[in-house]
Design a protein around this ligand. Structure first.
Ligand code: KG4
Ligand code: ZN
Length: 342
């Protein structure tokens, strides 16, 4: 009997402020996952500066790719295909990864596979949950996206709900800035909330009349800003930990309620979470409790696979590879790429 050959994907991610490359074996085994974060650079400006991000990606991309191959103990000869994030994201940042991937694919003659960034976030769940297989629901909550997705099969996605305005992570970052915590705000609010009372201030939880699974966080953000303003005008001291904890609870309640009601409506019993905000401890605890009460099995990746990384792109790239997806050398960065589009 002939042994099946291992499929090794070299993957590249550069859609925002992380330059990352990974080697993933047979879709679920991460041989290396090198991440060069630019957070320190952008912190100076209170958010990601696109031009600085692109320049940093150019400086780091070759080193990061070389290190990923080295740590995996492989050479380009061993690689089956090259996968790269081609959208959505910052166009200049995406272009660096796409150009590097195209150059390697062209020089080696190996297949090139363009991967959707959100598909990558969803697929991060396959790395540590070897038993997870579609169909399941996935709540994708990152700095740029808030989507409730029905994953009917590998590579097949149906969006049940999405944010109408700010993404969940964006709301965390904006509120953090308003209370003087700096960028990135999510982890800082997560930590400061430990010292605050989540019931101290009642912030609004938005419901959309025409699609109960859609989200809106701009009203919540404005309510926090109004609260801070009115305290300042009245000369009252602001308890930042109470603001952080109450805001975090408002976001968590909405994310949990929407996810659980979609699960119940569709009769599914597996829910996954993905994206940077999925590493929020309060959200994880709230979702865990709700899932236990409703007999739903909950999955989420370790924090390192929640925020941007190339391993998740390698996993998504593997499933696209075995489906037969191939990109041409005309693959371009698509900053506004929609999930399910090619
Ligand atoms: O997935 P990601 O790395 O990038 C995008 O694709 O957008 O997510 C980054 C976002 C940032 O908004 C950051 O503040 C948020 O994830 N984040 C968190 C936590 N860790 C990261 N938000 C809440 N709690 C956290 N622990
Ligand atoms: Zn992301």
């Amino acid at each position: 009997m002939s042994e099946e050959k291992d499929v090794l994907i070299l993957s590249i991610e550069s859609s925002c402020d992380e330059t990352s490359a990974a080697v993933v074996k047979n879709g679920r085994q991460v041989l290396s996952n090198v991440i060069h974060s630019q957070i320190d650079l952008h912190t100076l400006y209170g958010g990601v500066v696109p031009e600085i991000a692109s320049r940093q990606h150019i400086e780091k991309i070759n080193q990061v790719i070389r290190k990923a191959l080295l740590e995996a103990g492989v050479t380009l000869d061993d690689i089956t295909a090259i996968a790269v994030t081609y959208g959505p994201g910052l166009v200049g940042a995406l272009l660096v990864g796409v150009s590097a991937a195209k150059a390697i694919a062209f020089a080696t003659g190996k297949p090139l596979i363009g991967v959707h960034h959100i598909e990558g976030h969803i697929c991060a769940n396959y790395i540590e949950n070897k038993d997870l297989e579609p169909p399941f629901h996935c709540l994708v909550v990152s700095g740029g996206h808030t989507h409730l997705v029905y994953v009917s099969d590998y590579g097949s996605y149906e969006i049940l709900g999405r944010t109408r305005d700010d993404a969940a992570g964006e709301a965390f970052d904006k509120v953090a800035r308003a209370i003087g915590l700096g960028y990135p705000g999510g982890p800082k609010i997560d930590k400061l909330s430990d010292e605050g009372d989540p019931e101290a201030i009642v912030f609004p939880r938005a419901k959309m009349a025409d699609n109960e699974y859609d989200f809106s966080f701009s009203g919540l953000k404005s309510a926090v800003l109004n609260y801070l303003n009115s305290c300042q005008m009245a000369g009252q001291e602001i308890n930042r930990a109470d603001v952080a904890a109450s805001f975090q609870k408002a976001v968590t309640d909405v994310l949990t309620d929407h996810s659980i009601s979609a699960m119940k409506r569709m009769g599914l019993d597996k829910l996954a979470m993905a994206g940077g905000v999925a590493s929020n401890r309060h959200l994880r605890a709230s979702m865990k409790k709700a899932c236990e009460e409703n007999n739903i099995k909950l999955y989420y990746p370790s924090p390192i696979y929640c925020t941007d990384n190339a391993a998740m792109i390698g996993v998504a790239g593997y499933y696209e590879y075995i489906k037969g997806t191939r990109s041409g050398y005309d693959l371009n960065a698509m900053p506004g790429l929609k999930l399910g589009e090619r």
